[in-house]
Design a protein around this ligand. Structure first.
Ligand SMILES: C[S@@+](CC[C@H](N)C(=O)[O-])C[C@H]1O[C@@H](n2cnc3c(N)ncnc32)[C@H](O)[C@@H]1O
Length: 621
């Protein structure tokens, strides 16, 4: 749509700045001055939860169709009315029905076409004016007799508004019509269905004053694109607004003396277009904003001074300013001396004092991950092919990273990294990682996996894989630097024994004396683990977490509650047990025997524990 201030050409510029904010999937994006909805549509496509607002009815109509509708409307009640009209879907049939309605000499024809009461008002050809009247009247009647839902009504209005804009005999805005006929205006009006953007989110359209809307809606990103100059949108686009509002059940008197017939509701005038009022109304909006980040588009020709903008925004939080030259909007008032380009600015504010999110999960994922039994994380083909004795899936580590880290630069540690799953998971999630292992072979394997199967994530600047003893962790990681440790220690020396559950042969990690899996004394083994986790404790940030994946152990008739014993050791160090999840691995065991049958009943253990510890004593709420 031809609309001044439309940001279609600046979408990449805006998107780039939002990417750096590192938000969660489905974060809220509130476009307060949405106009054509160009920006809102773009962010809806990117997967944000979008709210689009404008005080004009025709912009609201566009927002209802493009933002709120996530699928094409069904027109269930109109099905019978539009029988016989072309189109595979009912919405196409409805649109074609409207294209075929009998033209009438109505409000638009009388006031804005040369054949009407004023010869010089040449906004539309007579034919198109009569068609606009007929379509708009039909849509109104369907609405009045409840044959269309609210969203269906706005879907049809949007198709009419877009169609009308294409055949308007104007030089950009409706402030004046052209004296001669533009080629586009002579084409017959044909309306088409608006493109509906599919989305899983609850996107919404609002028609409110911007300053009231920002007070009501809290959001992750508040995008502000107010009018920059004194040209009122309500008057410059008055015809689109008249068509959206309709002329039914009310008296609209167009001044017969007026050349243009401009008619609009004075209450829709924007204070952002008034030099004296704009700075204060802008400051009021920023004060009221309930957002994590504020993005403001403005340019060097705007009526609010750069100084005022900078001062107002910096009071709210840390301010960043970007700029880009942009082709100037050509208006009818343009003079030869006007520059060809303007300097478009994007101000990005990270608002102070907003409580940090715990992670970037949306509500649905948060709920899904909060169930205490995890049975939907399984190994991928690459992992199965490794035949590692005790590997846990990358997807399990990814889930823990999703839950317990919030920022891209968060460091994830595994002091017994084995084949590298935790490091791979961290890199896949865009985090940094450190992996340590005693075994040179395992570190080589981890590196090889990274460089082959996970090459696209292999950014050497973001991870370290070291051959070393976990007891020397302080040599490889800074104290207080790690946000999350995910690890699975040896399950004592059971890898040196045969698996009771499925009788499979076991391969141990190594024969090294430093390998905790070779300590045959259970208490000595637990104490060594305690020493390793003391190092982990030192490496963690104060708000850090440690997830330990373990299984209980049975040796002959003796049962060792390893998860409980280890928990006691970790709490001795200062860790606080926060939660326990069960990792259900039953699906992986396909050769189970009735253990002890028929003389002694023994449980087949097909689950592991994911013990979640936090460093600080319960401060991570
Ligand atoms: C620069 S345009 C926005 C252009 C839009 N970003 C786009 O790409 O199409 C400014 C919009 O703000 C709306 N507006 C002006 N004052 C407003 C107010 N007080 N409350 C809500 N909307 C307002 C106008 O109707 C206009 O659509």
């Amino acid at each position: 749509m031809r609309y001044y201030g439309c940001k279609t050409k600046l979408l990449d510029f805006i998107e780039k700045s939002t990417k750096e904010l590192d938000l969660y999937e489905g974060a809220k994006f509130f476009d307060v001055f949405t106009g054509t909805t160009a920006v809102a549509k773009h962010f809806k496509r990117l997967g944000y939860t979008v709210i689009a607002n404008d005080n004009l009815e025709f912009c609201y109509a566009l927002a209802k169709a493009y933002i709120e509708l996530n699928e094409y409307p069904k027109f269930n009640k109109l099905k019978k009315v539009v029988v016989g009209h072309d189109g595979q879907n009912t919405h196409n049939k409805v649109i074609n029905y409207l294209n075929a309605v009998e033209p009438i000499k109505g409000f638009i024809f009388q006031n804005y076409c040369p054949g009407g009461t004023k010869k010089l008002r040449t906004y539309f050809s007579d034919e198109n004016g009569r068609k606009i009247d007929a379509i708009r009247t039909q849509v109104h009647e369907w609405k009045k007799s409840n044959l269309v839902t609210e969203l269906e009504y706005y879907f049809l209005l949007t198709s009419l508004i877009e169609g009308v804009n294409l055949v308007s005999n104007i030089a950009g805005t409706y402030a004046a019509c052209l004296k001669t006929w533009d080629k586009r205006a002579l084409k017959p009006l044909i309306i088409t269905p608006p493109e509906i953007i599919p989305s899983k989110r609850m996107n919404r359209a609002l028609r409110m004053d911007a300053n009231e809307a920002v007070e009501k809606i809290s959001t992750d990103i508040l995008y502000l694109d107010p009018p920059y100059n004194t040209r009122q949108f309500a008057s410059n686009y008055f015809l689109l607004e008249l068509i959206a509002e309709g002329w039914f059940d009310k008296e609209i008197k167009i001044d017969p003396k007026s050349k243009t017939g401009i008619y609009f509701d004075e209450s829709k005038k924007s204070l952002y277009c008034q030099k004296a009022a704009a700075p204060e109304i802008f400051a009021d909006l920023i004060r009221k904003a309930k957002a994590r980040h504020i993005l403001l588009s403005y340019n060097n020709e705007g009526i609010i001074s750069e100084k005022h903008i900078q001062k107002t925004l910096s009071e709210k939080g840390e301010l960043l300013r970007r700029e880009q030259n942009h082709k100037r909007y050509r208006s009818i008032n343009q003079t030869e001396n006007d520059p060809n380009s303007v300097n478009e600015r994007l101000y990005v504010v990270s608002v102070n004092g907003v409580k940090d999110r715990f992670n970037r999960l949306n509500g649905a994922k948060w709920l899904q991950h909060s169930f205490s039994i995890w049975r939907d994380t399984s190994k991928n083909a690459e992992e199965l092919a490794l035949h590692h004795p005790a590997i846990f899936p990358i997807s399990l580590a990814e889930r823990l990273i999703d839950i317990f880290t919030d920022k891209k630069d968060a460091v994830v540690l595994d002091p017994m990294v084995g084949s590298g799953s935790v490091v791979i998971a961290a890199l896949k999630k865009g985090r940094k990682a450190v992996g340590v292992d005693l075994s040179k072979e395992y570190i080589q394997l981890a590196k090889k996996r990274m460089e082959t199967h996970y090459k696209e994530f292999d950014d050497k600047k973001r991870y370290k894989l070291v051959v070393g003893d976990a007891l020397d962790l302080h040599k490889y990681v800074e104290p207080n630097s790690v946000r999350l440790c995910v690890t699975s220690p040896p399950y004592w020396d059971i890898l040196n024994e045969k698996r009771t559950a499925d009788q499979k042969e076991n391969i141990n990690y190594s024969d090294s004396k430093k390998d905790l899996g070779n300590l045959s004394d259970y208490n000595q083994f637990l104490d060594s683990l305690k020493s390793v986790f003391s190092k982990v404790h030192e490496s963690l940030q104060d708000n850090g977490f440690c997830a330990v994946i373990v299984m209980d152990i049975r040796k002959k008739s003796h049962f060792y509650p390893f998860h409980a014993d280890l928990t006691n050791k970790l709490t001795d160090i200062g860790f606080k047990l926060r939660d326990i999840m069960i990792w259900d691995r039953q699906k992986e065991y396909n050769n189970l025997k009735p253990l002890g049958y028929p003389y002694s009943f023994i449980v087949n253990k097909v689950h592991e524990y994911i013990l979640i510890f936090e460093k600080s004593n319960g401060q991570n709420k």
